[in-house]
Design a protein around this ligand. Sequence first.
Ligand code: 4AD
Ligand code: MG
Length: 477
Amino acid sequence: GQRIKIKALLQSGETGTEVTVKGWVRAFRQNRFIALNDGSTNSNLQIVVDFENTDPALLKRITFGAAVAITGTLAPSLGQGQSVEVIAGEIEILGDCNPEEFPLQPKKQTLEFLRENAHLRFRTNTFGAIFRVRNTLSFAVHQFFQEKGFVYLHTPVITQSDAEGAGEAFHVTNFDLNNVPRTDTGEVDYKQDFFGKSTNLTVSGQLEGELGAMALSDIYTFGPTFRAENSNTTRHLAEFWMIEPEMAFYDIHDNANLAEELLKYVISYALDKNKEDLEFLTQRLLEEEKQKPQNERSELSLLDKLQFCLNNDFERLTYTEAIQILRESTPNKKKKFVYPVEGWGTDLQSEHERYLVEKHFKKPVILTDYPKEIKSFYMRQNDDGKTVAAMDILFPGIGEIIGGSQREERLDKLETRMDELGIPKDELWWYLDTRRFGSCPHAGFGLGFERLVLFVTGMGNIRDVIPFPRFPKNAEF
Ligand code: 4AD
Ligand code: MG
């Protein structure tokens, strides 16, 4: 018969009918019960094997990890935790899995172990749940913007611009390594990188996105972006996916409203579509929390945290107000300044961000109007001459999940700032043209997709929420 996926079968299979299922064996108990999983759901399907009438040689091949096809009759189940099971008729081994050699074991494996066996981690409940939630979140992002009439704009991966001006871009080159072009003085001539131009992998699609917004009104990008920073943290990747909406005629408040609405929409979408997976991940986290001392355990469960995020307005305040709060904070009874803030003008450290979100406000925070020195050249300058219309959204357990701003739409101000920062105007002539011809107020932001998945799944390490993480020394598959 035609193969049916386990999720569909559990939802709407009719008992008494013949079904064919295919998947991987998660357990085989007493030569009798196969727990079968095909990745459509975390729930395993129970298959009842008539071991007395099955070839012992075949029974031996039903091992943890083996791929099998089973045809049988769907029956109501007497077992706990499942409504139906399949009484096996025909069992076919599609791919053997030698338990002596298979790195995974039919028990709970540590995340460290699974990171070392990352090519097989898809076969576990935890990673199955994570990647199904990731899939849902990405679909929800598109749905959110499509419902609002935004145009999905594909910005380039190879580009000459370093949008953030932070010098953290990977070179892209088509050099013949045996014949690397050199300048007159003998240095590698990167100007020859890409058929005679110096190119890199994009760090952000924003600048190209702005070109689109100033014609199509509302656009968003959703693609891979690259940062060559050598950081080995639980929040950074060298390759991550970013969602970057850009809206003409938006100011910073419209921008913040859209960002808050987007985050709530996609979280609520995942809660609805991936209830079972999120319940599983909540349980996983509860067990992990039990290992910690009482006073370090989180007060809220994952599901509570997500719900809490939906039910509360994000706190909005300026950078200057945040600094004031941090100065007055007494996060520790003994010391007033456990979180020393250097002073107005410096960037917040992640411990400051976490203090504001997790201890002070206890909810997501939107910080605006940062000192211009610590933000990018394209942000709109405020009248005080000191700050720019920047906007960062900080999440509990994550820190910065979104960075954005209202853009500087006034040509003279933009050019002056670029000169001050030494950003070559001739290389960004195409960007400056938008300010020359029909410039208008506009704003946008970048949502780090993996940081969103991290928040929704409750995982602790960003390498666990992207199928193929890229970080220093890790790019094999
Ligand atoms: O704050 P960032 O660098 O902002 C931009 O790139 C702007 N051009 C966005 C815009 O306004 N259109 O990055 C935006 C977000 C961060 O808030 C963070 O969530 C994520 O991207 N991010 C990273 N995620 C994983 N690994 C990294 N190395 C990241 N760097 C930034
Ligand atoms: Mg940022």
